[in-house]
Design a protein around this ligand. Sequence first.
Ligand code: CS2
Length: 499
Amino acid sequence: MEQIIKLNQENLAEISKRIPCPTYDRSQLKTGIVHVGIGGFHRAHEAFYTDELLHDEAIKDWGICGIALLDFDTKIYNTLKAQDGLYTLIIKELDGTLTKRVIGSITECLFAPENPIKVIEKMASPDVKIITLTITEGGYNYNEATKEFDFSNPLIQHDLDHPEAPKTIFGYLTQALKLRKERSLQGCTIQSCDNIQGNGHMTKRMLMSYVNTAEPELSAWIETNVSFPNAMVDRITPATSALDIELLKETSGIDDAWPVVCEPFKQWVIEDDFIAGRPAWETVGAQFVKDVVPYEKMKLSLLNAGHSVLGILGALYGYSTIDEAVGNADISSFLRIYMGNEVTPTLGDLEGVNLKNYKFSLIQRFGNTYIKDQIDRICSQSSAKIPIFILPTINTQLETKGSIDHAAFIIAAFAIYSVGVNEFGTQLIIKDAMEQVLNEKAIASRTHPESFLEIDAIFGSLKDNTTFVAAYTKAYQNIVQNGIEKAVKDINSNILNDI
Ligand code: CS2
């Protein structure tokens, strides 16, 4: 057994005898990117692409400063700090091979709750050209019911009252941009890497709502000095498990407190709108396009929605990982019918994309048995995911009088899921900012199924659509009366008979 080596800068030369490590001189890098939200996805995606790029020794301007924004992020901050920003990326190939490497692109880390001013200064630094975000779908403070920025959020009120010590991304960005303006510095790009349709547009619209109230005189400056490119991001990155940490120790003798595991597939399609310059990410596989909207729509409505379908149904069947759910023939038929009959007609023209292959590859990616993506992870924060991943499909299908039966079934399954226990008596772990209201409405739905649709912040005006309500209620009753397995078989057979 090899000696176990702790991952940090000092031990890098030794570790590089075991797995690939950065060969560039990290101490020579300037911080050109500030990234907010240093969870697994960022580390498997943007930080990975950037690490690849930095292997070109001529590139010195694009080190990343990772910001841990929330109290909740203490652990990742302490871990990365102790490891000098280094971590291991473990790619789980389809045949089970582990491809490991140490990623070195995160060269600094800051913990916002400890020192907000330092974070604001870093975001305003003249070297920083891009601020990228993975703050989750719910982090944009958008209310589906009002279609507006949610000023009732107490954290937003806090930021309005204490601009010097913000807690939300909106408070931080506003203060940093204000400093840039006051110091007559160049503007920068704010780039969302979250799963939201038009994520750049959404970032701009939400930030501008906040700025118009907090610092109205800053709005015009932002309009001319800040760009917000839209982007589609993709790489399945499950939560790291204790087993992954052990496996790395056993197979390579590396003691990394928080490695990241992910699938081999990766995709990043970005609009080329970077007001202060950008890294040449295209040299390491990113695609720059004029209009990313169709790609985003395809990915959100097929991959992310597909995940939610497998997660919610899988939980009701008693599975705990996504590969188990897609391995069930009835669930995978359900997903194929949903993607083919309900999502595909809403996607419009996707020039240059072979949709059939894309859908096929998704089933294969979901089925990667080595990834073991947790159903708990997929179902977490569904109240923020459903409006983005599934609602647009339902709304478009209702407008065009297309089929919505499978989509309505998913929402009914979600109502039943939100009770917190499945029909086999297994407790479901519900991690959701709206957990309480979900649970209350789920319980009320036992006598009045439509109650669940009254959560306007998730479903908007869906409760007023009689076609949808009828399909939803039918699915709800079918699941309750016949059990999830029979109900899924039934709804699939209706379609198969039709064809
Ligand atoms: C998942 C995503 O959170 C979710 O529900 O669908 O994290 C998904 O794995 C990534 O977007 C893949 O790119």
